[in-house]
Structures are given as C-alpha cells and as structure tokens.
Unconditional design. Sequence first.
Length: 379
Amino acid sequence: MSQTSARVAIIGGGLSGLTAALLLEQQGMRDVVLFEARHTLGGRILSVDARGAVVDASASALDRFDLGPSWFWPDFQPQLDRLVTELGLQRFAQFEDGDLLVERSPHEVPLRMKGYATSPPSMRLAGGTGVLIAAICARLQHTRLHTGQTVRRLCQRGSHIELHCDDAAGERHTWRVEQALLALPPRLAEARIAFEPPLPPELASRWRATPTWMAPHAKYVALYDTTFWREQRLSGAARSALGPMAEVHDVSMPDGHAALFGFVGVPARVRRQVSEAELRAHCRAQLGRLFGERAATPIADALKDWAMDPLTATEADQDAGGQHGEAPPSRADSGPWQGCLTGIGSEWSQQFPGYLAGAVDAAIRGVRECLAAARSAAP
C-alpha cells in the first residue's frame, strides 16, 4: 500500500473534473490529483472513429462521432461557449435542411413531412465533444492524472481527508488531501464510495434520488461514405413509434464521414434480453426502412448501452425515464464533511443538470467554493 498527499483530489476525469483541474491551475493551484476509474479520460464523453472503434478522447482528431453528449447551445450556455472559444475549438450548426421522416405504423411507409429548425440552432464540435477533453488535457501542466484508479472510500480525519483507491492491478493506495471534489454523478458517488463518517442522511438521500443523465440510454451510430439522404432532400432526422430507435439525426462531420445517429427507445431492462449484435441489426434494418437500402449497409456502426456501464449507471437507473433531474445540494451545510467535500458533476448544476454546460457550470461553482474554503482555512 502506498500513501501520498495533495491539497485537492478530483474524483472523476470527465468534463467537469478536467475543467475543475484547469480552473484550479489557472488560479495558481499546483497540488492537485485527479482519479478516473476508466482507463481513459472523458467520462460520459465517448467517441468512435470512422471504423466504429472507440477512441481515446484525450487524443484529438476531426473524423469522430459521439455516443455520449453531442450538442450545445451557445446562446443559452455562455460558460461552455467561453470555454470552447478559449480552447480554440471549431463549432458548426447541426444539419437540419430538408424533410423529416416519421414512422407511425408497421403497415405504412414512413411519412415525409417538412422539417423544422431549432432556434437557437444546436451546435456541434468538429471532431465531436471529445475534442474538449483533448484540448483541456493539452493545457494541464501540474495536475497529476491517474486513470484506472477507482476511489473506494473517503474518511474525514479532522484536518484532512484520507482517500483510498485501487488501481487496475488491485493494489491499494492511500492519499491524504485537504479537499475532495466529486466529479461524477451524485447517485454514483453515493452508491460507489464509502464515506466515514457517513454523509448526513438527508444529503445522502437527495444524492441517491438524483437520476443520472444518459444512464438509462443506449445510443447507436451508423457511418457512411456519403450523405446520400441529403440528395433526396432529407435532413437525416426521423421520429419513430416502431423503433428500436425513437429519434434519429444526421451527425456527419464536415470534411469527414457521413453518419446517422439514434437514441434507442427500448427500455434498459428489455435491452438486457437482446445481444448487442441483434440490437445493431435491428437499428440497421430501421435505417433501411427510413432512408433506403444504402442506409441498411453502413461501412461501420457502433452502439453504447450506458445502462450496462457500471461507471455510469446503478440498479436504480435501469427503470428511469431518462429525464434531466433537479440538482441536489452539492455539499453538506453542517457536520464533519462541511467545507471539504463538494459535488461538481453535471447533475449538481442548478442551471443545466446533466448537460455538457452543466459540467462546466458545476465545476466553476465547485472550484470557487473550494478556493474560498482554502482561504478561510489558511492561518
């Protein structure tokens, strides 16, 4: 067992955790350690390449496609917009030109109707949202990043927190830190981390009851050489009462491959009874019904069932409806955990719980509180 120390520990290496690390460095904090249980950074930001293979979000490339969050809205989400601008990332509007297809009955051909444009427009990032992770990682100079390290226990010891984690080889490590920032969903933190002493009962209950955005969902993407549906004056958007995908969008990359993306509408517990290969085949068949034979034979495809991911979903998420929840309190207002433990995952954002913008908002608020606590504790 090894033991070492840091001023601040960030638990979670998704957008909120990495944003917090960047903000702390910008404020002169040099003694920060970040733990990510996955072997790659990014959390619920997940991209595949043109072969449908999962890629490391911390390495930037432009021809990539999201199986996690995909869109943001600069007019409504100025904090995220400023971060995108600061990092010098290229954005573009979601393609919406052309007609929308609607599947209502297995006995009718899809209905073609006039599409509609969102206002303000949904924006995407060239290379997918993983470019956010790559750009932030490239700027971090002092934060110690530990992937494949699962935090199991946090023990409040008066002047410090004792943090216990396991690495991929099963070796146990102990850290001594002054503050901990929880950059993961509240429900996951409450379920997966043991707190000594226990969290206040009301706080633990609120965290446990907060749904994790994307945890009940599965997402599918099919990749093509060309956007052939646009030649038919179709937007690539579709709605379906038949499934398995309830909603489809064109997620092609400028100067890259063409792609159609769908939210699988089959409940999580029902998906457990179907193999991934079978579910992919049903998705391809549905795209063929909607957009013709060429759509049924993509050059590659990929599926991510977030409900099957133990680092995203708990048992409580299997029956969830998938809505954005109300943000719970991010910290204890009394007791031993007051002033040293703060939730900064996206679900803790009051404005944008569950969204990319929520991760940035919660990180900004958490870092502000972290620095204020550090100043008040200084002699």
